[in-house]
Write a new protein. Structure first.
Length: 409
């Protein structure tokens, strides 16, 4: 069933109708359970059975909340993240106390109580109201079938049919509105509490950061072993050959010695350059003067012309500075490699406890996390320091990527 409004079609999905009909028994069960628990808990609160009863009831509320969460996800398409389980305790008393102080269980009990009127209203909107509309629309026929001798006024027939049609047109809106209310209620009460979400996000960010650091150290170890160490071995061999050229039986071979010294100098320069490249990723020397000195250097090294605008009123924590620096380096590299841009802009602002980095370009656009641009990994690394990454890159451009971080950890 569809209706037109605002220049677009608004459709009521079949899952919303199914949820309104099939969700009523579960809503009645959950609501009855919630009110029975509250009533019985109040009666038993002054007895020794009160606390054990409430503990068992809260565990049951958690289980019913899981059923409702799955039903909302399957029929309404609203994926609600499962909350964490209650912590395991060594003793029964400690386990009971953990359940009694578990906000997820209490929120699930509240959800069951609030879901009851929404479930009844949804069933009424999806089933009872259409049936009533059918009765109103067919009122002239029902009257003539039930009372053949009577002829009601024509205006009464017209008014009942018109009222039935008007109410029938409101059915999709009512079902859609109640479905939206059920989605919001499930998001609010059936998911993890904000503190748990924050802990889970930090755990994920920490795992990502540790994995990234482990990979970086492994690459550094491999580069030192396969590159720098091999160059130093070659340098040692060259110096050994130069030593042999100094003391032959016929006297020093100056030509060969000069060649070996030149080779050793070139090998030393290459080794120094390679070591500089390797250590640049550990702690950039440019950051010794802060972001105000480091970011213009990054922009100057970009093959795409970059306009820099800085307003750094407060200097962030060194860890935040490194995160912003590497983020700017990654984004400017993306501009040069993937965007096809002719110019770009870099803006860095700090103040009121936040630092914001924005890189814009006039390229082809279409940048998004997961498209090979490294934005997903960049967002995960920023999340490890409580940062956010926003990407605005419509097809055809322009592209603007913004990283926002706290100035202090």
């Amino acid at each position: 069933m569809t209706e037109r409004g605002g220049g677009r079609y608004l459709s009521v999905r079949g899952g919303e109708w199914a949820f309104a009909v099939a969700g009523l028994p579960l809503a009645l069960l959950g609501g009855g359970y919630a009110f029975a628990v509250l009533y019985a808990g109040a009666l038993l609160s002054l007895t020794v059975l009160g606390l054990p009863f409430v503990v068992a009831a809260l565990l049951g509320a958690r289980g019913l909340g899981t059923l409702h969460r799955r039903l909302v996800g399957r029929l309404l398409g609203e994926r609600v993240e499962a909350p964490a389980r209650p912590p395991r305790r060594a003793t029964a008393f400690a386990r009971g106390r953990a359940v009694l102080t578990d906000p997820v269980a209490w929120r699930a009990l509240l959800y069951l109580a609030l879901r009851l009127p929404l479930g009844v209203a949804g069933f009424a909107a999806a089933v009872v109201l259409p049936l009533g509309c059918g009765w109103l629309i067919g009122f002239p026929l029902w009257v003539r079938l039930l009372q053949p001798g009577q002829r009601p006024a024509w205006w009464l027939d017209a008014a009942s049919s018109l009222l039935g049609l008007l109410l029938l047109s409101a059915v999709p809106v009512a079902v859609r509105s109640l479905s939206g209310a059920n989605r919001r209620l499930a998001r609010l009460l059936l998911g993890p509490v904000r503190a748990q979400q924050r802990v889970r996000q930090l755990e994920t960010a920490r795992a990502t950061l540790l994995a990234d650091q482990t990979d970086r150290f492994r690459r550094l170890e491999r580069d030192l072993h396969d590159g720098t160490q091999a160059r130093l071995v070659a340098l040692a061999i060259t110096l050994s050959l130069a030593d042999d050229a100094l003391s032959p039986a016929a006297g020093p071979d100056l030509g060969r010695l000069r060649t070996l010294v030149g080779r050793a100098r070139a090998q030393t320069d290459d080794t120094i350059t390679e070591l500089r490249d390797l250590t640049r990723g550990l702690n950039p020397v440019a950051l010794d003067g802060g972001l105000g000195a480091a970011l213009p250097g990054l922009a100057a090294a970009s093959p795409v012309p970059v306009t820099v605008r800085l307003d750094l009123r407060e200097r962030p924590h060194p860890v935040i500075e490194r995160a912003v620096y590497f983020c700017a380096a990654e984004l400017l590299t993306n501009v040069a490699k993937h965007s096809g841009a002719r110019s770009a802009g870099l803006t860095a602002l700090s103040g009121d406890g936040r630092v914001r980095l924005t890189v814009r370009d006039d390229g082809r656009g279409g940048a998004a996390p997961g498209t090979g641009s490294g934005l997903t990994g960049l967002a995960e690394r920023l999340a490890a320091v409580d940062g956010l990454l926003r990407v605005d890159s419509p097809p055809g451009g322009p592209t603007a990527v913004t990283a926002e971080l706290p100035t202090r950890l």
